[in-house]
Design a protein around this ligand. Structure first.
Ligand code: GLA
Length: 511
């Protein structure tokens, strides 16, 4: 009897102890429920944050994981031994793939192993508990009613300049931007028409107590940098996102649009590339126009002419409303890569957008890859020619300090640049196509025409155009080969160009 009462007593005491321990959260040791944060300081001084908002019921874990600009919903969980789970997550964006994140509770730390892109290196971080709700997706701010933002009078011809992303990505810094400005002048690119020195993603640190955006260690003094670029007779551009974060996971302008526009103006910024990326976590594609309009309005208010470059990869027929939000140019495609395949897929796909380009507002098939090393010079000539036929912005994306004379000759071909910069601003169109040969034509001011013969095939090809098909009554009085820099005497009904594999012959003709 005594023993039984003693053990009942012990049981009751133990239960009490467990209850007390659970109240003090000791028994939660094996439960991942809660908010977690892992921080990784990067070399530029910014802190990359991975947040987990987890709820465990039995062996099932639900919630969200946020990394850089992405909020991923947990769709399923599989236990992997004691206190460890594989979480299947998805960002919920169109065509987004499921991804796996492995978590393991070790003491009061949560070890998180992930690979957010199939080819990305695996990431291992250690998260700690934070206050409930910390790192949750920001609430969606209301978007303004649509109206027409007045034209800012800029970019009467397609913007020309340099952008840091294609070559330097996260390695862009103050010294590199100054060097690009120096090289733009010294190389003769400035004289050929290049003007903007544009800093792309990864310049941001965080916001100060008043919410002002601060550059990271790589950019100690933005105003001084802008002054330097201006002292070279050039203009300077910057990059942000309408979302909380940029594509590379840096601070965006969400909820700080006007404040950031004021900051840019105070620094002396002349050009803003505004990249959707992190905005996709907050807004729907239907909101895009209003969201871009918000920044378009902000830029109008700050008393400085700032070119407004929309970057949302050509979604939601941006060419139809880009000018209405004050946009001077808008990306029409996803990101270009330095390959023949990528460049031609983008470039030759722009035909239908021709009606939307004109002085002050341009289709932007993305920045140039000329000189970045993975195409031949012949292919880079095609890149330069095609972009010029398309009245595309010419934003060099190479290392201006270390470019071959062939690269420089391509980028500074004034005959071709003059086509790109033609004042009429009419985007060229495909005139004919036969197999892998294409002829494109562009109407120029004063009745001239540019005609480009492109050979996308693997062998040299003869490509012919009848003058009558090009809208000319007879052989033009004036004709110039823009890569040979030679005036031509042309006769007869047609012109036959012998075009090397992946190459181009480009003419300027005048009846
Ligand atoms: C997106 C844009 C690129 C570049 C990167 C920076 O991918 O399309 O042009 O700005 O973001 O993160």
């Amino acid at each position: 009897m005594v023993t039984q009462r003693y053990s009942e007593d012990l049981l009751r005491k133990t239960q009490l102890l467990i209850l007390l321990a659970c109240t003090l959260q000791v028994c939660m040791a094996a439960d991942v429920t809660g908010n977690w944060l892992a921080t990784e300081e990067q070399s530029d001084g910014t802190v990359r944050r991975t947040y987990l908002d987890l709820k465990q019921e039995g062996s099932n874990v639900t919630g969200t994981v946020s990394l850089r600009y992405n909020y991923f919903d947990i769709k399923g969980s599989t236990p992997q031994g004691a206190d460890a789970y594989t979480l299947t997550v998805n960002s919920g964006r169109p065509n987004a793939r499921d991804m796996n994140i492995n978590i393991k509770l070790v003491g009061d730390e949560l070890q998180v192993d992930s690979r957010f892109r199939p080819n990305a290196p695996p990431s291992h971080v250690v998260a700690h508990r934070v206050a409930a709700g910390e790192g949750a997706k920001p609430a969606r701010l209301p978007v303004p009613e649509l109206h027409k933002v007045p034209y800012n009078g800029l970019a009467k011809t397609p913007p020309m300049g340099w952008n840091s992303w294609n070559k330097f990505a996260g390695k862009v810094d103050d010294a590199g931007v100054r060097a690009a400005a120096d090289a733009m002048v010294a190389s003769g690119m400035k004289d050929a028409g290049y003007q903007y020195i544009n800093i792309d993603d990864t310049w941001q640190l965080d916001r100060d107590a008043q919410g002002n955006i601060r550059p990271n260690k790589k950019f100690p003094d933005m105003k001084a940098l802008a002054d330097y670029v201006h002292s070279k007779g050039l203009k300077i551009g910057i990059y942000s996102s309408p979302g909380p974060n940029t594509c590379a996971g840096y601070e965006g302008s969400y909820g700080h649009e006007l404040q950031d526009a004021r900051t840019y103006a105070a620094w002396g910024i002349d050009y803003l590339k505004y990249d959707w990326c992190g905005a996709s976590n907050i807004y729907k594609d239907e909101d895009m126009q209003a969201v871009y309009q918000k920044m378009g309005d902000a830029l109008r208010q700050v008393g400085r002419p700032i070119v407004f470059s929309l970057c949302q990869y050509g979604r939601s027929d941006v060419w139809k409303w880009g000018p209405d939000v004050g946009g001077n140019l808008w990306r029409t495609t996803g990101d270009i890569r330095d390959s023949w395949d990528s460049m031609t897929k983008i470039g030759f796909n722009q035909n239908d957008l021709a009606p939307y380009a004109g002085p002050g507002h341009w289709n932007d098939p993305d920045m140039l890859e000329i000189g970045n090393g993975h195409m031949t010079d012949t292919e880079y000539q095609t890149h330069m020619s095609l972009w010029s036929m398309l009245a595309a912005p010419l934003l060099a994306g190479n290392d201006l300090q270390n470019q071959t004379k062939e690269t420089l000759a391509i980028l500074t071909n004034r005959d071709v640049i003059a086509i790109d910069q033609d004042a009429a601003g009419k985007q060229g169109k495909r005139l004919s196509q036969s197999g892998e040969s294409e002829v494109w034509i562009r109407d120029l001011s004063n009745g001239g025409k540019a005609i480009a013969f492109f050979n996308r095939g693997g062998q040299t090809a003869d490509i012919t155009v009848k003058w009558s098909d090009a809208g000319l009554k007879s052989a033009p009085k004036k004709a110039r080969d823009l890569w040979l820099h030679q005036d031509l005497k042309v006769k007869g009904d047609e012109y036959k160009a012998s075009v090397p594999s992946h190459g181009v012959v480009m003419l300027r003709v005048h009846a």
